[in-house]
Structure formats: structure tokens, C-alpha cells
Write a protein that binds this ligand. Sequence first.
Ligand code: AMP
Ligand code: MG
Length: 415
Amino acid sequence: MAMNKPPMLTAEQALEHLLSHAKPVSETQEVKTQEALGRVLANDVCSLVDVPPLDNTSMDGYAVRTADTQSSGSILKIAQRIPAGSIGTELKPGTAARIFTGAPIPPGADAVVMQEDCVAVEGSTDQVQVNIAPTLGQWIRRRGEDLTVGKVALSVGTFLRPQELGVAASSGLTHLSVKRRVKVAAFFTGDELALPGEPLKPGGIYNSNRDTLLACLKSLGCETTDLGIVPDRLEATRQALRSASRDHDLIITSGGVSVGEEDHIKPAVTAEGRLDLWQIAIKPGKPLAFGAVRKSDKTSDGEAWFIGLPGNPVSSFVTFLLFVRPFILKLQGREAKPFQPYLMRADFDWQKADRRNEFLRVKMNPQGGLDLFPNQSSGVLTSASWGDGLVDCPPGQPFKKGDLVKYIPFDALLH
Ligand code: AMP
Ligand code: MG
């Protein structure tokens, strides 16, 4: 059978092409702040309050006037006690306020002396001796030093991690306006595939891509539909594409993207929509398919995007991180620029540089360098679970132990 060789693209070209098509979803939703983890902000969030709302102390100790404590050993009368949550009164000259972390600085005070720098005056219950003269403003957290009322605390397009939820809460917001989740359907091609729990027939292999890819999608905050294993038949693949297109923005598949007789993704997607099949000059993960499937349900028009990943478990994981993730980020309305690798020291030689841009599975060692997983086969998924990330090796450039290399941690690509 004569086969047309798909065009060879660099990773940058492939990504640029993908991103030129993706358009952010427009629908938004209001969700409770504490339920907004993993969502994407649909508008700027402005603080309703100054944070902190008043000047307050960051230490347990004594609020003082520096004019009274120019030299060490000054003795002051303890005139008031201010626990967190209460307000003191004007601090008169010659007096100190016993004060506790988070309590507002009373008017007139201009520094806090931590309790460790003070001693009680012998024979007196209401006097304190300040052993170390404080500097002006010492241990005072200023009103609004974190956030100021009306100022943007979080900007549109922000992916909400735990710390962003905290910032929204400290701004006084009960609810946030977020983009609706990107809806992704996935199916996995291959007659050899079985699900864990099923007996493995001769020639069979468990479907690992399902769990890897669905978990990747979830960690990016997508709504996912698992359409299961699809046999290597054209009609079955077309049928799966039709159901996947319903009510989804994007269809992800694994396997069947080469141009062999058992690879049905290309003809199936072409029949149900349109498709570009690419050879990307990367290793692992050469073949990748990108296109769109017509929505077949009567109620909607338009298309669902289609990205077909290679079947080998490491290839599908790596191509997901490098290509599908930025595409989804753009659909979500997030900034989709590629991750800028860190420069790290390789603690291994890499002499057999490939013609393709290679992504090696590596782990950080306690000496601040990177170790290489010995088996870099695209079928060996334990390389990725052993590893912390990838070394991005430019084509045809070997390196030596001790050289600086481009390192991309997996963690950076899983949210
Ligand atoms: P393919 O891209 O369909 O030619 O598959 C390439 C290799 O990946 C073959 O060895 C398949 O058995 C394997 N493979 C494909 N899909 C999966 C999957 N979902 N889980 C584990 N291995 C897979
Ligand atoms: Mg296959």
C-alpha cells in the first residue's frame, strides 16, 4: 500500500500551528471561592478591603514610642493590653502597650519590641524594661502592605491554586467568576488493550494511557468523559468520534496515528471532519494528529477539536504535556506560552544525540544535578514515574557530564 509521508515539523512549529486555532471558551460561571480550585478567573478580582486592614504587630511584645526608648534599659509603664481582635487606645508618652501578634498598633506607638528583648521590672507588676532600643517601625506590618482596597488582587486568566483562593478570601470575596470548564472526551485505540481487572489475553496489554491522560486532563481542571477502548476498526473509530464530538470542546485519543493498516485515526477523522497528520521531530512522540470533528448532534453546530496522540505510554504523556496542555490552556483563557526550562547540571553524559529534539526522563539528585533513567524507551512508563521531569535536548547536540541542560519539571506542566 502506497503511503504519503506526513510532513515533518519542529515542536515549535507544531505548537504554533495548534495555538493559532485554539480560542478561549466564552461561557462563565459564579462559584464559591472555596470551590474554585483548578478553575480559571473570568475577570480581574479587586480587593474589597485593605490587607491587613490596620497597622498591626508581627510579634508578641510591647508597642512603644521610639522617643521613649532611645537608649537601652528604658523603663515604661504598661498602660494597656491589646490582644489580636481588639483595639487599643492612644499610647501616652512614657507608657507601653502589652501587645500580641496580629493586634492593631495603638495610635501614638511607632515600634514594637519583642517580648524576648524586654524584662519585667523587679517589684513592679505594671512596668517593663526595654533592653534593646527599637528602630522606628520595627515589627509593624503596615495597613495595605499585602493588598489595597480596589486594587487588582488576581487577574483574569489566572489558574486558581490554593494560594490564589486564599488571596481571594483575604480580599473578602465569597464568590468568583470563572470560565466554564473545558470539556474533553477521550478514547483509546488498540485491539490489544484491556482494562486492569480484566484478564490479559495473549498479546494483550493494560490500557495505561487512560489513567495517565485522564489524570493529566483533570489536573488541568478539565471536565472529562472516558469513552473507553475502541477497537482497531474504521467504523468503530468513526462511531467513537461521533459520540465524542457531542457536548465536548476537544477529543483526545491515543494510538492509531501512524499510517499503518491498523491505524484508523486518519481516515476516521477525515471522514467525520478534517485532519492534519504530522511527524514532529521529537523523541519520544513522533506522530501527532490535529483536526476537528463535526458535531453530529442535531442541537448544536460547529466542531470539536481533535488531537490524536501516539500510543506508546511515554510518547502520549510527553506529547500531552508539550502540545495538548498549551492548547487546553488557550481554550481555558490562560496564557499558553511554552514553559521556559531551568538550566540544571546534567550528572550524566549524553553522547548519542538524536536528529530529533529529544526529551529525556531525569530525576533531580540531592547534589543539585540531574540523573538519567537508564531505559529511555517510549514504552517504559516507569521512566516518567521515577523521574521528576524532562531534559530538553536540542537535535544533534551531545553533552557531557557537568554541562548545563534545559530541564522541565513535570510538576510545572501538570496544572
Ligand atoms: P500505536 O500508536 O497504536 O501504534 O501503539 C504504539 C504502542 O503503544 C503499541 O505497542 C501499543 O500496544 C501501545 N499502546 C497503545 N495504546 C496504549 C494504551 N492505551 N496503553 C498502553 N499501551 C498502549
Ligand atoms: Mg494501535
